[in-house]
Design a protein around this ligand. Structure first.
Ligand SMILES: [Mg+2]
Length: 210
């Protein structure tokens, strides 16, 4: 089975949406996701840095983040065809460790918890595919990167892009067929490469015989 490394925040966890909701509720603001098109929360509210960053220290915030629509159903389906690993740069926010672990156990209980990878620098990850909303992580990855659309990455054009989990499912299911085709082509090329020296040898035998 090919391995897919899947990010948490903004990929299976609807972190930004939850962050905006909690920030609006606690600080009586009316920030919308549309205002975040092509920029971060801090870019949109530079004067509210302390308020915005305060949530990163709160376990209850990470524990209550919403699940990205269709991610559970699609990962369950894809896990029949791929080995699924959840890879999160949790070192960026140490306060989130326990809450993220419990969140995964609650919402993705069909995955093997031995496939949960809490790390810092994801360049250490070796898998066939990586689904991430962070371009930096895809740049350092040696397999095939799949960019999951988030407001901050809408202008990026270098990667295969999926806007949601239904699109991701279609891409990965089609990729199974593409991978089979690539393997078949490689096998045929290997066979024809093996045949070339034989035919050359037979020609030279014939030539020397004449
Ligand atoms: Mg992310």
């Amino acid at each position: 089975m090919k391995r897919i490394a899947i990010d948490m925040d903004e990929v299976i966890a609807d972190t930004l949406n939850t962050h905006v909701e909690w920030y609006n509720r606690d600080y009586q603001d009316e920030l919308t996701l549309a205002e975040l098109h092509g920029r971060s929360l801090l870019d949109a509210r530079p004067n509210a840095r302390e308020a915005i960053e305060s949530y990163y220290a709160r376990e209850d915030f990470f524990r209550q983040i919403k699940v990205m629509p269709h991610s559970q159903q699609v990962l369950q389906e894809l896990s029949q065809h791929y080995a699924i690993y959840i890879t999160t740069a949790a070192m960026e926010v140490p306060a989130s460790f326990r809450a993220k672990y419990e969140w995964l156990l609650e919402h993705f209980d069909f995955l093997d918890e031995m496939n949960f990878v809490f790390c810092g620098d994801k360049s250490i990850i070796r898998a066939d595919y990586m689904v991430d909303d962070n371009v930096k992580q895809l740049q350092a990855f040696q397999g095939k990167g799949v960019l999951f659309t988030a407001p901050r990455n809408v202008h990026e054009t270098r990667y295969v892009r999926v806007d949601n989990w239904l699109e991701a499912r279609d891409w990965f299911m089609a990729e199974l067929e593409r991978a089979d085709e690539r393997m078949e082509n490689a096998r045929e090329e290997g066979q024809s490469a093996n045949q070339t020296p034989c035919s050359t040898a037979s020609i030279s035998v014939e030539e020397s015989a004449t």
